[in-house]
Design a protein around this ligand. Structure first.
Ligand code: GAR
Length: 208
């Protein structure tokens, strides 16, 4: 049984999708803990209701990113994770932290990377007149939103879209794609070697 630790900062809907898929599909894994950097993160309530251990490591209590990451790493490693899942975790991570979890930390980002790393991705896609938008699951490296890509989901940008409508369309796809990608890792169908993603032939790539 593998241990998954999920990091959130807010709503936690991707975390919810992963928790539900893990239970419904009987993964060979358990969600060992949900950890937030924000004390009021709404997702903590869902985790508690589902009997999952929760913790808060409040970034505001630390003077430096290094000090925060050291405490966060301690909180994560207390659960002996096989995989760390960033699910709307909105902190920039230090190189020491990302190196510690190299090859065993995934992130979901709401754009078709390498387009639009960072914040305000949906508005950027609208401002550029993109015809398609989407989300990307990738391994985490020291460079923000730049790790090797595991999976992408694409949605159309429709006439009249604003940031909210586009974000909602993308989020639906995130909820399908992220549990799928996490399961690939848990099932040993996904790993990274020399910076390249290796996936077992035949894994699904469609998320509709
Ligand atoms: C999701 O859209 C996720 O892709 C994005 O934040 C949202 C979190 O929603 N992540 C980032 O922007 C990371 N750079 P959730 O808390 O409901 O899962």
């Amino acid at each position: 049984m593998k241990n998954i630790v999920i990091l959130i900062s807010g709503r936690g809907s991707n975390m919810e999708a992963i928790v539900k898929a893990c239970a419904a599909e009987g993964w060979n894994a358990r969600i060992a803990a949900v950890i937030s950097n924000r004390p009021g993160a709404a997702g903590l309530g869902f985790a508690e209701q589902h009997g999952i251990a929760t913790a808060v490591v409040d970034h505001k209590a630390f003077d430096t990113r290094e000090a925060f990451d050291t405490e966060l790493q301690r909180a994560i490693d207390a659960h002996a994770p096989d995989l760390v899942v960033l699910a709307g975790f909105m902190r920039i991570l230090t190189p020491g932290f990302t190196a510690h979890y190299a090859g065993r930390m995934l992130n979901i980002h709401p754009s078709l990377l390498p387009a639009f790393p960072g914040l305000h991705t949906h508005q950027a896609a609208l401002d550029f007149g993109c015809k398609f938008a989407g989300a990307t699951v990738h391994f985490v490296t020291a460079e923000l939103d730049h790790g090797a890509i595991v999976a992408q989901a694409v949605v159309p940008v429709l006439d009249g879209d604003d940031e909210q409508t586009l974000a909602a369309r993308v989020l639906q796809q995130e909820h399908l794609m992220y549990p799928r990608a996490v399961r690939w890792f848990i099932d040993g169908q996904l790993r990274i070697e020399n910076g390249r993603v290796l996936q077992t032939a035949g894994v699904a790539q469609q998320f509709s």
